[in-house]
Design a protein around this ligand. Structure first.
Ligand SMILES: NC(=O)c1ccc[n+]([C@@H]2O[C@H](COP(=O)([O-])OP(=O)(O)OC[C@H]3O[C@@H](n4cnc5c(N)ncnc54)[C@H](O)[C@@H]3O)[C@@H](O)[C@H]2O)c1
Length: 258
């Protein structure tokens, strides 16, 4: 595993699921991690699961500009700069699994603001700090839903497609500043978000998800975190503007696949 000793990292939606695994993986690799979430008990639990002092939790609704600016300011204040930004947050509330014509406009706005606008806002405040520090890495958690789609998730799908496009755009914007921008597209991963889609029945999630993924099972949050750490490391120093599918072969399937 790459060494991130004394690197500073912000992870949005770091309290549970994939974000939690990313926080703990960076902390185990020596980084200072600022975990941002709206679920305070979950965020505090991440602090408790890491070695003392490695993770700081901050309540922050990253759909809002002041919260995003506050996170970057906090990282600078605590650790003197920002090396790595993980725009991981994402929502798809159960009540909003609806065809587009039934989706309330407020639901569209909230999903887009949390999933996509937060990536813009965090970058808006992080990029100047990274430039000043000589560079950095931004990694966006998009989704296989940004490449292919399903019924009932118009705003989520649009947000993830937008995240992949934003990844390419930001990579060009900041390449000369030594800031690399990348995305990961998870397949189905065993998290509270995915389990909610199966009525919080993790057994059903694992069983049904296994059928869809060629590798025969769904993924674990740690299997996304390990790829994120590689992309943030110097081992990926010639990668920018690209996404990586971490999906057990899901996106390799053609229309005729069994
Ligand atoms: N789990 C999957 O199968 C899967 C698949 C593809 C992509 N993804 C993406 O991975 C990312 C993480 O998903 P997950 O499954 O770990 O989700 P999760 O719901 O398990 O965890 C997301 C965390 O984000 C927090 N959060 C929600 N709204 C927030 C806000 N406004 N500000 C700050 N924090 C907020 C939640 O409290 C939660 O702790 C998301 O972007 C999701 O779309 C997940």
């Amino acid at each position: 595993m790459a060494d991130f000793t004394d690197k500073t990292v912000i992870v949005t939606g770091g309290g549970k699921g994939i974000g939690r695994a990313i926080c703990l993986a960076f902390a185990a690799a020596g980084a200072h991690v600022l975990c941002a979430d709206v679920d305070d008990p979950a965020g505090q639990a991440v602090v408790g699961a890491a070695a003392p002092g490695q993770v700081v939790y901050q309540h922050a609704d990253v759909a809002t500009s002041p919260a995003c600016q506050g996170l970057v300011d906090q990282a600078v204040e605590l650790w003197g700069g920002l090396d790595i930004l993980i725009n991981n947050v994402g929502i798809q509330p159960m009540k909003d699994y609806l065809p587009a014509h039934e989706l309330p406009e407020e639901s569209w706005d909230r999903i887009i603001n949390v999933n996509l606008k937060s990536g813009f806002l965090m970058t808006k405040y992080a990029a100047p700090v990274m430039k000043q520090g000589g560079g950095g890495v931004i990694i966006n958690t998009a989704s296989v839903q940004g490449l292919q789609s399903a019924k009932g998730i118009a705003a989520y799908a649009a947000s993830k497609g937008g995240m992949l496009s934003l990844t390419r755009q930001l990579a060009l914007e900041y390449a000369a500043d030594n800031i690399r921008v990348l995305a990961v597209n998870p397949g189905t991963i065993e998290t509270p978000l995915a389990a909610a889609g199966s009525g919080n029945d993790y057994e059903a999630l694992r069983r049904d998800g296994a059928k869809a993924h060629p590798i025969g099972r769904i993924g674990k949050p740690e299997e996304i975190a390990s790829v994120v750490l590689f992309l943030a490391s110097d081992g990926a120093s010639f990668m920018t503007g690209e996404f990586v599918n971490v999906d057990g072969g899901l996106m390799a399937k053609g229309a005729w696949a069994e």
